[in-house]
Design a protein around this ligand. Structure first.
Ligand code: NAD
Ligand code: TYD
Length: 345
């Protein structure tokens, strides 16, 4: 299948594009991405231009979406506003892209007669104290981000029930790995530790997240795209769950820093205590996670250490303004001036 990947210039989407091109050498990928602050051309560098085209457009632009779908046999939708903290201060864009944008894509895929795979999140189920959510657990989102993702998921179900659309959903736990925008916990703490800046811990730091190596999620998405049943949901939980404070302590060890950099700050509003997903149904498609957290976090720190060209411009731009609004001025040292060496893929 030739695939339209919406949001393919972001963190997980670009990992999926790489996986897809490697795993299916006879087919191509078209990326449609608005290139918001989180979407970057750099994330697609090194990929073969003849098999990977980038269309810069909004998923809410009906005509652009329909034109981009021409010649594609399936659509995988990653496009979303994705950061919980930004959704707390400014929810409007989340509803526009994650709900309305999903509707535009669903309608275009239905009219073109192609499969629509919606990429979603464990956060739609809300928080769970013990055990793990399954695909039949009720949706109970807490944040404007997770509520807007749940809205997109409900539309997928409605398009299946009402129009018999070939639409399905994959829901993942927290991803980590190369090219993640440093507003999220792991890259934020890795970059701050490398720079000697404080690492902000929300509340008591004992919230638990279920960590999934991004390339493992990419291979799971492909398994669901190829073998998943229409109308079904597939959960992809990572193999390891950890309290945030242990993640941060591991990052400090790997960057040679001590715990004096830890800075407890006010808790996030409506902060979910624990996420946990069972991956059993997706494993039934023949997929399994290959990378454990111990290994993946080392690889992640190494990637950020070796790819300053990728993140230094970020720490100087929109991100600095966001960081100051979120955490206070003067907390981020200026590491933005380095120029960019040769680039590899
Ligand atoms: P990201 O923020 O890194 O990337 C989002 C991408 O979508 C960017 O390239 C951005 O430019 C693009 N985009 C945003 N609005 C758009 C619009 N209106 N039109 C076109 N493109 C637009 O996000 P990510 O972490 O790669 O997440 C990708 C998907 O996976 C999202 O749907 C997210 O909800 C889901 N997800 C993420 C995680 C995680 O841990 N990061 C976990 C589970 C599910
Ligand atoms: P995040 O990476 O934003 O992902 P999500 O909220 O989607 O799970 O946050 C992961 C966890 O880390 C979450 O419990 C919030 C916490 N956190 C901090 O303690 N400090 C921070 O600066 C950030 C960004 C997150």
């Amino acid at each position: 299948m030739n695939v339209l990947v919406t949001g393919g210039a972001g963190f997980i989407g670009s990992s999926y594009v790489r996986h897809r091109l490697d795993a299916h050498p006879d087919f191509s990928v078209r990326v449609l991405d608005k290139l918001t602050y989180a979407g970057r051309r750099e994330n697609l560098e090194g990929l073969p231009a003849e098999r990977c085209e980038l269309v810069v457009a909004d998923v809410a632009d009906r005509d652009a979406v329909r034109a981009a779908l021409e010649g594609c046999d399936a659509l995988v939708n990653f496009a979303a506003e994705t950061h919980v903290d930004r959704s707390i201060t400014a929810p409007g864009e989340f509803i526009q892209t994650d709900v309305y944008g999903t509707y535009v894509l669903l309608e275009a895929a239905r009219d073109a007669g192609v499969r629509h795979l919606q990429v979603s999140t464990d956060e739609v189920y809300g928080s769970i104290d013990e055990g793990s959510f399954t695909e039949t657990s009720p949706l109970d989102p807490s944040s404007p981000y997770s509520a807007s993702k749940a809205g997109g998921d409900l539309l997928v179900g409605a398009f299946r029930s009402t129009y018999d659309a070939d639409a399905l959903i994959v829901r993942a736990s927290n991803n980590y790995g190369p090219r993640q925008y440093p507003e999220k916990l792991i890259p934020l703490c890795v970059l701050n530790a490398l720079a000697g800046d404080p690492l902000p811990v929300y509340g008591d730091g004992k919230q638990v997240r279920n960590w999934l190596w991004v390339e493992d999620f990419a291979s799971a998405i492909d398994a669901v795209l190829e073998f998943g049943e229409p109308g079904e949901v597939y959960n992809v939980g990572g193999p390891d769950e950890l309290p945030n404070i242990e993640v941060i302590q591991r990052i400090l060890e790997l960057t040679g820093r001590d715990e004096s950099l830890i800075s407890y700050v006010d808790d996030r509003l409506g902060h979910d205590r624990r996420y946990s997903l069972s991956a059993a149904k997706t494993e039934g498609l023949g997929w399994e996670a290959a990378v454990r957290f111990e290994d993946g976090i080392e690889r992640t720190v190494e990637w950020y250490r070796e790819n300053e060209w990728w993140w230094k411009p970020i720490r100087g731009g929109e991100y600095r303004e966001y960081y100051e609004r979120q955490y206070g001025a003067g907390l981020l040292s200026d590491t933005s001036s380095a120029s960019r060496p040769g680039v590899s893929g």
